[in-house]
Design a protein around this ligand. Structure first.
Ligand code: C2E
Ligand code: MG
Ligand code: MG
Ligand code: MG
Length: 283
């Protein structure tokens, strides 16, 4: 009896510590948002086999804190701060895309992705907020990609309705980290997705006759059959990129092509490729 009671007390204390830690980091996130401490990095999505940039994914950074979004985004989700933080991320990213379009025209990235959490999808006004932001910044809806994880839409209901409303605006929907959630294949019948982002865990072991290669191959066939786009995530080597291309993948993202970049570096790349295109030396 004592042992049982003790175990419960320990469990309880651990829970409280987690809650307390969440509240503390949550308050710090709130302060950081008000203080303008967050920045955005943009990681290119490359076409295969040439590696040309076709789009960018927005990834939030908190330079002062030295912790990554894998650590602070879950806390922002649990504390609700993801709602104002996510609004700031989306608006800042759309303003950035509009600026690149103004400067680079047809050489601007064709697509800009933003990660959206389940908590945001459950906000009643979310689809309206997306529509208003697109209008405010003058971004064409089909240039904007909302990245959601399977688990974010797993519980169906409101999140699914919101995705349908976002799709109706003409915005693209990508299923992120595909294959790591609970209901991957069944979900494809119900979620209005335009593309899948095949999780990096399937890319990591892709060499040779690995199980990952079999799964990555099956996934590209499914997307072809369902007329969905596919992006392979976490491509770190030329060999992986080559294998993916042989399997049928035409889009990939990962350190092999580029790390997530600050806006200034994206800008110099765009300026550089425009120069290259207009140079008579290039054939
Ligand atoms: P994600 O959306 O699946 O983003 C891809 C993650 O993989 C990013 O980590 C990216 O930096 C990393 N990555 C890219 N290429 C490679 C590679 O070749 N190898 C490896 N090992 N990793 C690679 P990051 O930026 O730390 O973000 C982690 C996760 O945090 C994201 O996964 C996403 O779920 C979440 N996140 C990031 N930014 C946001 C945001 O603005 N809003 C929301 N709601 N979530 C975000
Ligand atoms: Mg993503
Ligand atoms: Mg992902
Ligand atoms: Mg991820």
């Amino acid at each position: 009896k004592d042992a049982g009671k003790g175990r419960f007390a320990v469990y309880d204390a651990a829970l409280e510590r987690t809650h307390e830690a969440d509240q503390r980091l949550g308050a710090d996130l709130r302060r950081a948002l008000d203080a303008g401490e967050f920045t955005l990095a943009y990681q290119p999505i490359a076409s295969l086999p040439d590696g040309a940039w076709t789009g960018l994914e927005t990834l939030v950074r908190w330079p002062q804190a030295k912790i990554g979004p894998d650590t602070f985004i879950p806390v922002a989700e649990r504390t609700g701060l993801i709602v104002p933080l996510g609004s700031w991320i989306m608006r800042t990213a759309l303003a950035q895309l509009a600026a690149w379009e103004a400067e680079f025209g047809d050489d601007a990235p064709r697509h800009l992705g933003v990660n959206v959490s389940a908590r945001q999808l459950r906000e009643p006004g979310f689809a309206g907020e997306v529509r208003d932001a697109l209008i405010e910044f003058g971004v064409r809806p089909d240039r904007f990609v909302v990245e959601v994880t399977e688990t974010a839409v797993f519980d169906g209901g409101v999140a699914l309705d919101t995705l349908v409303a976002i799709k109706a605006l003409g915005v693209r929907v990508a299923l992120d980290d595909f294959g790591t959630g609970h209901s991957s294949l069944g979900l494809l019948r119900t979620v209005p997705a335009d593309s899948l982002k095949v999780d990096k865990s399937f890319v990591a072991g892709i060499g040779g006759a690995s199980e990952e290669a079999v799964i990555a191959s099956a996934m590209i066939q499914i997307t072809e059959g369902l007329h969905l786009g596919a992006v392979a995530e976490g491509v770190e080597t030329a060999a992986q990129a080559e294998t993916l291309y042989e399997l049928g993948y035409r889009f990939a993202q990962g350190y092999h092509f580029s790390r997530p970049l600050p806006p200034a570096e994206v800008r110099s790349h765009l300026a550089g490729s425009r120069l290259a295109r207009s140079s008579p030396a290039r054939n």
